[in-house]
Design a protein around this ligand. Structure first.
Ligand code: GDP
Ligand code: MN
Length: 377
């Protein structure tokens, strides 16, 4: 789960991280009202669940009400990487002497939360990570001790020679770590964290991701959750007893069992294809699940071929075949489908599928190759 910048700012504020004031607005009228009470430089910022807003023109400074209204008119309704801007914030603008990057991630290699800081913060941080990774300093936090004062200060000294400034930054790192733990976060970024000419350190952008599997114990996050189209599909799938994760490829996969679903994606990759999704229909033999699974899978516009890979155990292949036939009667798709059935009642299942004229194969590697071939037609 992701949250908007303004929600991250609210979290920062709650934990005592210095952050400029902001007002959330949905309409130009609300901007006008907000600006009646403000007579200093502000920054008008698009609130969308994607990054790179600055480069897309979604962040604009405004000296007065007229400029703020003009910026709001430009930004509201704007499209940023496929997201329509429906809300903006008017934030007190920071006077920036220098921009820094601060981030916390779950680092799988070190099996720890890792603090990353850089003096090269701002909109080019991805580029820095690629071309000058040594400019990003990392510290693996021991989960038993947490981020100790001296460790936070050591990291802060990589950004600030002045001890007073380093102390302020270290305090921000520790507070961000507290938020990270308290919210079951998987990513917490302040980019940029800025130094002002009068030596204040402020967070002026915030990005937070949270572990979906921990949301059950995060009622405050669930209450503010906004889901995008892909996430909604994943949630709908879960309600129907399916595990679905959308990916970027063009070969739709329908598989029973998580392990086989992973192996199926690997197999597609091995033959040079790209899976469009992970989809585990689980261990039951309920034909309705196949109908639901096909509907979800084919709602992805990128899918150009479907590979159905079933290993019958408790799931009986003839039931899957019946579900598939029912599904295709209602869906009527032009997308080519290849079916591999193996295990319990495979022969019965394959006989049923053959009647529909769909291509059937007996091994997983044949299925992957056939699906890739069909996707290219
Ligand atoms: P992002 O592009 O989505 O990461 O949006 P940010 O909030 O990080 O803003 C992008 C850039 O706009 C920052 O790196 C700053 O250079 C600039 N910016 C954002 N807020 C302010 C502000 O309050 N004052 C000034 N002077 N520049 C700002
Ligand atoms: Mn940013």
């Amino acid at each position: 789960m992701k949250i908007h910048e303004y929600q991250a700012r609210d979290l920062f504020f709650k934990y005592g991280i210095p952050v400029p004031n902001h007002v959330l607005c949905h309409t130009v009228k609300e901007v006008e009202q907000a600006m009646d009470k403000i007579d200093h430089l502000v920054v008008v910022k698009a609130q969308v669940l994607v990054g790179g807003r600055g480069k897309a023109g979604g962040v604009k400074l405004a000296k007065n009400k007229a400029e703020a209204v003009q910026a709001a008119k430009q930004i509201l309704g704007m499209d940023i990487k496929g997201c329509t801007v429906e809300k903006i914030i008017i934030a007190d603008a920071a006077d920036i002497a220098k921009e820094y990057y601060v981030g916390l991630i779950n680092d799988r290699n070190s099996k720890s939360v890792t603090l990353m800081v850089s003096a090269e913060g701002g909109v080019e941080i991805e580029e820095v990570a690629k071309t000058n990774p040594e400019l990003i300093h990392k510290f693996h936090i021991n989960p038993q001790t947490g981020l100790l004062d001296f460790q936070a200060r050591n990291m802060a000294m990589k950004l600030f020679k002045d001890v007073k400034l380093a102390r302020k930054a270290a305090d921000i790192f520790q507070k961000l770590y507290r938020i990270f733990l308290d919210t079951d976060s998987t990513l917490a970024e302040i980019n940029p964290m800025v130094l002002t000419p009068d030596n204040e350190i402020l967070a002026i952008d915030g990005k937070m991701n949270f572990d979906d599997n921990a949301l059950y114990r995060q009622p405050e996050l669930l209450a503010i959750r906004e889901v995008d189209e892909d996430e909604q599909k994943e949630i709908d799938a879960k309600e129907k007893g399916l595990s679905y994760i959308k990916l970027d490829g063009n070969i739709g996969c329908m598989v029973n069992g998580a392990g086989l679903a992973m192996a199926t994606m690997d197999m597609i990759k091995l033959y040079g294809g790209n899976p469009a999704n992970f989809l585990d229909i689980g261990g039951s033999s309920n034909p309705q699940k196949v109908v639901d699974a096909m509907n979800i899978l084919l709602s992805d516009k990128n899918v150009e071929a479907v590979m159905i890979n079933i290993f019958g155990g408790i799931t009986r292949c003839d039931d899957v075949a019946r579900g598939l036939i029912t599904a295709l009667e209602t869906i009527k798709t032009e997308i080519p489908i290849v079916v591999r059935l193996s295990g319990t009642n495979a022969a019965e299942g394959l006989a049923l599928i053959k009647q529909t004229g769909l291509p059937t194969v007996s091994t997983m590697s044949e299925a992957a190759q056939k699906a890739i071939e069909l996707s290219k037609r």
